[in-house]
Design a protein around this ligand. Structure first.
Ligand code: HPA
Ligand code: ZN
Length: 341
């Protein structure tokens, strides 16, 4: 691998568009918060926590993910979690983040929606002021829960439209297809929220098509299985529907046998608006640039392909066109700096 590719990865401005804030909880913080909040975990040491991060599929991971987040209680816990993520990826060249959160996983433990939201948003505002990072929040519905519970959660979000930009759909894809939430998403879009959904992570290409057709999503999270369907791939290319892929996540959840099977290059070659993201970086052992490096090495991506991925991260974002242009200009300036004419 040429060092130029790695130099580009290390220094290009980038956006992250597929990141579950609860999935950034590092073992050290998990244990510290467990102590601070007097929560009992089945782990005593950082090594115990890391030893639990062996997953055979999405559900294996989700069980550990929901257990881990049980230490998040107070507003400052959500603030500290979010701030730790932002400072870490600031060093990766991140200048914009569109962040998922899972309020239902906290509310069912008795934590108020407003506690979660206030902690996350105060860190986002601090990052804007102090690190120059812009952001948007995406509230996810847990698809293993009922339509009725999703409607109740949407009602909470409607009181905070100033802080929540979009709604998403995550958790167990198997057995919980997009059509289960068609009415919730219709209502959410009527209320002015942009829509995204996880689809085609473990589920079939139909879940991707139905997320577009029934949920009205503007972007598909993962979308891997879409590449198995030639007509759908062509549609995604033609519409330039963004896909937020997460290669190390796919590897760790055994969606792919090794990184050379990550569909990122195939998606680039099919002219899809594909992006690279970290999903749940603490649990999967890789932040944003680790994911770029992993696919660059495994798929021998070229320098222009790395630049395309960074450019795509802004094109696929929900920034205003003028803000996108500012970020794209910053990429061009960095490319010129690395390669003087
Ligand atoms: N897939 C589905 N739901 C999730 C994920 C994921 O990768 N991470 C957190 N919730
Ligand atoms: Zn995800």
């Amino acid at each position: 691998m040429t060092s130029n590719v790695h130099q580009l990865i290390d220094t290009l401005p980038k956006a992250e568009l597929h990141l579950h804030i609860e999935g950034t909880l590092e073992p050290e913080m998990m244990l510290a918060l467990a102590k601070r909040n007097k929560i009992t975990l089945p782990y005593d040491t950082v090594e115990d926590v890391r030893a639990a991060y062996q997953f055979d599929n999405l559900q294996d991971f989700l069980d550990v993910y929901y257990l881990g987040m049980s230490v998040l209680i107070e507003e400052r816990d959500f603030h500290d979690l979010t701030w730790a993520y932002l400072t870490k990826v600031h060093a990766d060249g991140l200048t914009h983040a569109e962040i998922f959160f899972d309020p239902q996983a906290h509310m069912e433990r008795g934590i108020a929606f407003e506690t979660v939201l206030a902690g996350i948003t105060s860190a986002l505002e601090q990052a804007h002021r102090e690190l120059g990072i812009s952001s948007k929040l995406i509230m996810c519905f847990l698809r293993h829960l009922s339509e009725e519970e999703a409607f109740d959660t949407l009602a909470c979000a409607c009181k905070h439209k100033d802080h929540i930009f979009a709604v998403g759909l995550d958790s167990s894809e198997q057995g919980h297809p997009p059509e289960k939430f068609e009415r919730v998403f219709a209502e959410a879009r009527k209320e002015g929220f942009v829509a995204v959904a996880h689809a085609g992570e473990e589920g079939p290409p139909e879940n991707v098509a139905n997320s577009l057709d029934l949920l009205g999503v503007s972007r598909v999270d993962h979308g891997n299985s879409a590449l198995k369907d030639a007509a759908l791939t062509q549609r995604l290319a033609q519409q330039q529907t963004p896909l937020t892929m997460c290669p190390i996540s796919n590897l760790r959840l055994k969606g792919i046998p090794d990184l050379s099977a990550a569909p990122v290059k195939k998606a680039l070659e099919a002219n899809l608006l594909v992006t690279v993201n970290s999903d749940d970086p603490s649990y999967f052992g890789g932040y944003l640039n680790d994911n770029y490096r992993a696919v660059a090495d495994a798929l021998t991506l070229t320098e222009p392909q790395i630049v395309t991925l960074a450019r795509n991260s802004f094109k696929a974002s929900f920034l205003e066109d003028s803000e996108k242009q500012t970020q794209l200009d910053r990429i061009d300036a960095q490319v010129a700096r690395l390669r003087p004419a």
